[in-house]
Design a protein. Structure first.
Length: 129
């Protein structure tokens, strides 16, 4: 596992597992726990976003330079609950200069679409450790 993810306490505390880590592509899964539910007993949207954002971060950090989010949007399509497993699949669409565009699809354990996320990245001059 890359150093970036070894130091990612937030993703680890949520039980995220990196299933695939390739340049421009990543797959991350997360089991939904009771403490991840909102007041309507459905998965908190912020945690669905966090899962997608983690897959996005892995996909866009392809080389020795640190790449971060410049912005992101999410569309929620289906609610989920405790006991389910969500999987985020991030794919690079295009990189031009220091900016990039990535799409992340979040599905449940049956493969049904839960959310679509689009992330915009910016590559810094900082070297990854």
């Amino acid at each position: 596992m890359r150093a970036m993810m070894q130091r990612d306490a937030a993703s680890a505390s949520l039980g995220m597992v990196v299933e695939l880590d390739e340049p421009g592509r990543a797959v991350v899964s997360m089991p939904v726990r009771e403490d991840m539910l909102n007041g309507f007993a459905i998965t908190h949207g912020g945690l669905v976003f966090t899962l997608a954002d983690t897959a996005f971060a892995i996909a866009c950090n392809e080389d020795e330079r640190v790449t971060v989010a410049a912005g992101a949007d999410i569309t929620f399509l289906k609610s989920t609950g405790a006991g389910q497993t969500l999987t985020a699949t991030a794919v690079k669409r295009v990189v031009s200069g220091r900016t990039g565009l990535y799409d992340v699809t979040v599905t449940d354990e049956t493969g049904e679409l839960v959310a679509e996320f689009r992330g915009r990245s910016i590559t810094t001059n900082r070297a990854a450790e």
